[in-house]
Design a protein around this ligand. Structure first.
Ligand SMILES: NC(=O)c1ccc[n+]([C@@H]2O[C@H](COP(=O)([O-])OP(=O)(O)OC[C@H]3O[C@@H](n4cnc5c(N)ncnc54)[C@H](OP(=O)(O)O)[C@@H]3O)[C@@H](O)[C@H]2O)c1
Length: 405
């Protein structure tokens, strides 16, 4: 095989970026793979749209045209939706093509099935672009941490939410104003639900669970909370303690149990996420030998995302099978049990807090820092009027020393 033939499904932000890099970095690809990489076909939806694509490439809106090609080695999927892309990739694997996807929603739902099918067909699956855009977190976990036992992952996985929180703090904007700014900058869709309600981060978190631990928690049991409850008032109150809101995903392994949460928390400047601002993403991987490694970088956009796809292209062409996971049972030292004390930032609870909970400080009228066992604090969430945000890392409170939580 002197040429690697590729089909790209989708020619939007990601598909076009991949197409452009295959041309701009043809020499590097040829050098590392020993073969020329050639785009043979592109799948789109709207035949009428004008596109900058070479004349000798098949452009089609019918996936079956691509399956009819004489020779095809790799199918790169960069479209939207869940079921059509899944079927396209299933057929591609059955045709013995390696597959690469950027589609986190599809891959969170169907990744396991695709990986099993790929293994059966002796082809590889690349999905680096599904989590944290250009940051090579999947490769880091699956190739660099083969012997280390990963016990915790933390991430800022949604650039849009992080941008909104940064704008609200820096420019003293309301949530609505910051969201509008994100939409004007092209970071948020017209319907921002997936980003601001935490669904996008949730899908990425489930993909990370599988790569790090070989399994996922029951989706129904994962706490998923977006950033829509955070107000300028809360942000200003947190700043008095040197705390910043971050939309945070965390996965812990405790023996056979995987515990995942996706929610806003507060961190101070000693936490690696404190300075992760704007549309940046970050992932903190903790494992038993190396300790914690933080990766930070652009979480979306044409070239960062395409960079992840292109690195995957090399990975799949070298035919590395996709089932390597860090799935050895391991009990995390770090996991807080229900009885351990935590500090929370809480609004709407009033002075009469339930028994067992200590008011540590009042930041401004109505916003408190509370300390109690996790199980007691969890009770507060039963009251819909009460907003609760855990503090992760350290907090300095007047008349108190720096407290590690
Ligand atoms: N944008 C990012 O920064 C980023 C980052 C990480 C992951 N992703 C993921 O990558 C995927 C692509 O994102 P994008 O931003 O490139 O999207 P996009 O700009 O909206 O482009 C989507 C492309 O897919 C084509 N398409 C959509 N549905 C199709 C279907 N059923 N059959 C054939 N073609 C179809 C569209 O065709 P037309 O051109 O004809 O409309 C378009 O070319 C998504 O799953 C997204 O979640 C995106």
């Amino acid at each position: 095989m002197s040429v690697i033939k590729i089909a790209i499904l989708g020619f939007g932000t990601v598909g076009e970026g991949v197409y452009r890099i295959i041309h701009s970095h043809a020499a590097e690809l040829k050098k590392v793979l020993g073969k020329k990489v050639e785009v043979t076909a592109i799948l789109i939806k709207d035949q009428e749209k004008k596109r900058n694509i070479s004349d000798d490439i098949l452009i089609t809106s019918d996936f079956e045209d691509i399956m009819k090609l004489d020779k095809l080695d790799v199918v790169i999927e960069a479209i939207v939706g869940k079921e059509s892309p899944f079927l396209f990739l299933k057929k591609s694997i059955e045709r013995k093509c390696h597959i690469i996807t950027a589609n986190k929603e599809m891959f969170a739902h169907h990744g396991e099935e695709l990986q099993k099918l790929a293994e059966k067909n002796n082809v590889s699956v690349g999905f680096e672009a599904t989590v944290a855009g250009g940051i090579p977190v999947i490769q880091t976990i699956r190739t660099l941490l083969k012997v280390n036992r990963v016990f915790q992952l933390q991430g800022i996985l949604n650039g849009t939410s992080n941008f909104i929180l940064t704008e609200m703090r820096e420019k003293k904007q309301s949530f609505t104003e910051a969201l509008l700014q994100a939409q004007e900058n092209g970071y948020a869709e017209a319907d921002p639900t997936n980003d601001v309600e935490g669904f996008d981060a949730f899908y990425k978190t489930m993909i990370l669970c599988r790569i790090a631990f070989g399994e996922e928690p029951n989706w129904e049991e994962v706490q998923r909370q977006g950033i829509t409850s955070i107000t300028s008032e809360l942000i200003a109150a947190a700043e008095k303690y040197g705390l910043r809101f971050k939309h945070f995903a965390q996965i812990n392994r405790d023996g056979s149990e995987i515990i995942a949460v996706v929610k806003p928390v507060l961190v101070n400047q000693n936490h690696p996420f404190y300075h992760v601002e704007g549309v940046q993403n970050a992932v903190n991987v903790c494992s038993d030998i190396v300790g914690c490694i933080t990766l930070q970088g652009p979480g979306a956009g044409m070239f960062p995302t395409s960079s992840a796809v292109i690195e995957d292209l090399v990975y799949v062409c070298q035919n590395q099978l996709s089932d390597i996971t860090n799935s050895i049972g391991f009990v995390s030292d770090d996991k807080k049990t229900q009885g351990e004390l935590e500090y929370w930032f809480v609004q709407g609870v009033g002075w009469k807090v339930p028994k067992g909970i200590t008011i540590v400080d009042q930041t401004v009228e109505g916003i408190f820092i509370l300390k109690a066992a996790k199980r007691d604090l969890e009770q507060l969430k039963n009251n819909k009027e009460v907003l609760c945000y855990p503090i992760v890392g350290e907090i300095t409170i007047n008349n108190f020393d720096s407290v590690t939580v």
